[in-house]
Write a protein that binds this ligand. Structure first.
Ligand SMILES: [Zn+2]
Ligand SMILES: [Zn+2]
Length: 345
């Protein structure tokens, strides 16, 4: 049996095409998932343009943000059966034996491989998924929203697990991309106030979205001196600065904007190595925290929030397209015309 799949076949710009590939075989502990919707991640776009900073084993089917229906379940699968509606986590392969796996922090397993770069992903009709990755979703939650659970989980882990936000805390989010906007939404739900989202002039529509998602202020850092804007709200600086720019350099800015005793959480990164002034980190006793991926309890929380409509996911979806229109969907995100595209295979 064959299917169309969006394959990255080489480590060169635009070495991506729709190919006719075999429908995957499944093992006893896997399910075959009929993909209902798969959202395009910034990382898919980076891989398509060959600007990614992580190892990709080509050829590989792209896509790691997906929801669908169990089409077939392996013999050892007990929690799911044919017809169940599910979303899948992204840690497609982990060792299951190391300290991190055994303590439920399998997202940090040194042998972790994810869908869409190390293991074939979901930009296809069917994808093979180990059953341990699955979460049931309610019937009322459409696939086109459920597939956004993954970026929601990234934001929840960054803001609500790896950072501390109390009602009335002053939170700044740098970078209004999909992850930055979802981080801002999580901060709003956690009671951040003021909540400032910072972008560039080209981000104007995204800064408007940030306000609709609950930011109290949006700052265009190319038009307005950023540090002054922050100190006007509180002369000490922010309790928490989340750097979701996906670049390395803004770490300096984040450390400057944090108040003494504050936190800086870095989510998303680039391979650039930058010189950073350590003075504010040490002198202000700032806690610097990286945040990577997510695990089981985070997914359960996020699915609950999606079911309750608490995160306003429609605000970030700009395009829904069939799989063969993938080029439009990728380009729209690459050019910044939409925040997030969704493919319906
Ligand atoms: Zn993603
Ligand atoms: Zn492990």
């Amino acid at each position: 049996m064959r299917q169309p799949a969006l394959v990255q076949y080489a480590l060169e710009p635009l070495a991506v095409e729709l190919r006719d590939v075999a429908i995957p075989e499944i093992g006893d502990a896997d399910v075959l998932l009929r993909v209902g919707a798969v959202s395009v991640c910034g990382s898919d776009v980076h891989q398509a343009y060959n600007t990614h900073s992580w190892p990709v084993s080509v050829p590989v089917v792209l896509g790691h943000e997906f929801a669908g229906t169990v089409a077939r379940a392996g013999r050892e699968v007990k929690r799911f059966r044919e017809g169940d509606r599910v979303v899948s986590e992204t840690a497609a392969d982990v060792c299951g034996e190391c300290l991190l796996c055994r303590t439920g922090r399998y997202n940090l397993c040194p042998q972790r491989k994810g869908f869409g770069y190390g293991i074939d992903g979901a930009m296809a009709s069917y994808v093979r998924v180990p059953a341990r990755c699955l979460h049931a979703i309610p019937d009322a939650l459409p696939f086109s929203i459920a597939c956004l659970a993954e970026p929601h989980a990234v934001a929840y882990n960054a803001m609500c697990v790896n950072s501390t936000i109390r009602p009335g805390d002053f939170v700044v989010v740098l970078g209004p991309g999909p992850i930055g906007l979802l981080c801002a939404r999580m901060a709003a739900l956690a009671g951040a106030d003021p909540l400032v989202v910072v972008g560039l002039s080209s981000d104007a529509p995204r800064l408007d979205t940030a306000i609709r998602l609950g930011a109290t202020h949006a700052i265009d850092a190319q038009c307005e001196p950023l540090e002054e804007g922050i100190r006007r709200l509180n002369p000490l600086g922010a309790d928490l600065v989340c750097d979701a720019t996906g670049a390395s350099r803004p770490l300096d800015v984040a450390l400057t904007l944090a108040r003494p005793g504050g936190q800086v959480t870095k989510v998303g990164w680039s391979p650039d190595r930058v010189a950073v002034d350590m003075t504010p980190l040490v002198q202000k006793n700032v806690t610097l925290q990286g945040s990577f991926s997510h695990n089981f309890p985070v997914w359960e929380r996020v699915i609950h929030l999606l079911e309750r409509g608490r995160t306003l996911p429609d605000e970030i979806v700009g395009m829904k397209a069939p799989l063969d229109a993938w080029r439009d969907a990728f380009e729209a995100m690459h050019d910044g015309r939409v925040i997030k595209s969704i493919l319906v295979p």
